[in-house]
Ligand binder design. Structure first.
Ligand SMILES: [Zn+2]
Ligand SMILES: [Zn+2]
Ligand SMILES: [Zn+2]
Ligand SMILES: [Zn+2]
Length: 379
């Protein structure tokens, strides 16, 4: 949790030398009687996003120090000056704490942090359709969507953040392959060049945005971040353990695809084995594909997936896992938390499903299939 002390620095002009504080100031018409006006260095997008996080770029903003406000030039001050000074002091104190990664690499990074995520890295420019988006905006968009994932997870798992999480999730993005390779080698002690994730205890995700599968595409990378935020949060919840390695790939992959789609609006198909190639699923709406797939397949699906690790799931297994999670969220949301706890305790999925969903795996599969036919579009 954030423990940065709020030094409530009262604006100096509230004090006359050695005398009692002056009476409260009212501002003027030019500042709408606030005493402060907006700092011009931040566009509307950033202004909204920077107000609720710690951002290193904002904290280094010369005119405002990240408070997003500056003194009104037309008056002596007003009721909002104290809060502006407090926010400036808060960000300065945060920025003054040396960041291990910056120290290790000997370079200044873009950092965006909230109480659940620590985003850091170096990204210059990404593409978004025909437009360009700078790395600073990208980090804010990724942080915004990850925070959205966290809110949904909180809701679905009745999370009490102070008790249920053991760490803040670290997500790192690098445009330069060298930066990524260096972090991997020196910091994460891995020789892999692909994206990297450490789940369970002290989760870390690191990726090179220039990788062929990401192509410096803003939307792809925001989706990648949201997807992995879901893996990280649930791997750290309750017990620091990643169920994707313990034969509960269907649940682990299903939830990551689900939150990704819910938050960014579509599937971008990223999971642990993204490096193994593209999906055969062509339709952007997996509901149609899932419905068609199940109509043709008499063999039981869930039974087949149970026991597989996330990395062992076949292509179609990812889509089915997503749909199983979709069904749970829609019809048995109260089962999510006990299911995750059971799977982390290595209880066999058959038993956990029977106990928490209230039917054995065969009956559950039948109910899920029925629900798919009732709810998913035909095309
Ligand atoms: Zn004014
Ligand atoms: Zn910022
Ligand atoms: Zn500013
Ligand atoms: Zn995944």
């Amino acid at each position: 949790m954030l423990t940065i002390a709020l030094s409530v620095a009262l604006s100096a002009n509230l004090f006359a030398a050695g005398a009692d504080p002056l009476p409260a100031l009212d501002g003027c018409r030019r500042c709408k009687f606030r005493g402060v006006v907006a700092c011009k260095e931040h566009d509307d997008d950033l202004r909204e996003l920077e107000a609720t996080v710690y951002c290193s770029v904002a904290a280094r903003c010369e005119p405002c120090g990240g408070a997003l406000l500056v003194d009104c030039e037309h008056c002596e001050g007003g009721p909002d000056n104290a809060a502006m000074e407090a926010r400036r002091a808060e960000l300065a104190a945060w920025l003054a704490v040396p960041h291990p990664l910056e120290q290790e690499l000997g370079m200044e990074l873009i950092r965006v942090e909230d109480d659940r995520f620590l985003f850091a890295g170096r990204v210059e420019r990404l593409k978004r359709g025909r437009k360009r988006v700078d790395g600073h905006h990208f980090f804010h968009h990724a942080a915004r969507d990850a925070a959205h994932v966290a809110r949904l997870v909180d809701e679905h798992y009745a999370v009490v953040p102070e008790e249920d999480y053991r760490a803040r999730m670290r997500l790192w993005f690098w445009q330069d392959r060298e930066d990524h390779a260096r972090v991997m080698r020196d910091y994460l002690l891995s020789s892999s060049t692909g994206d990297y994730k450490l789940l369970g205890k002290d989760p870390i995700f690191s990726a090179c945005t220039s990788d062929a599968i990401f192509e410096n595409d803003h939307d792809v990378l925001v989706a990648l971040s949201a997807h992995n935020a879901a893996h990280m949060l649930t791997s750290n919840l309750f017990r620091e353990q990643w169920i994707g390695l313990d034969g509960a790939g269907w649940f682990d992959a299903g939830l990551a695809h689900w939150y990704e789609r819910e938050v960014v609006g579509e599937h971008r198909h990223y999971c642990v084995d993204e490096a193994h190639g593209r999906w055969e699923w062509t339709d952007e709406d997996w509901r149609v594909d899932v419905r068609k797939f199940l109509a043709k397949r008499d063999e039981r699906v869930w039974t087949e997936l149970v026991g597989m690790q996330t990395g062992e799931l076949p292509d179609w297994g990812h889509a089915m896992s997503w749909s199983l999670y979709d069904w749970l969220v829609a019809t048995k949301p109260e089962a999510l938390r006990p299911l995750l706890e059971d799977l982390k305790a290595l209880k066999p999925a058959r038993e956990a499903v029977k106990e928490r969903v209230g039917m054995d795996l065969l009956a559950a599969e039948a109910a899920w299939r029925e629900w798919v036919v009732e709810t998913y579009p035909r095309k």
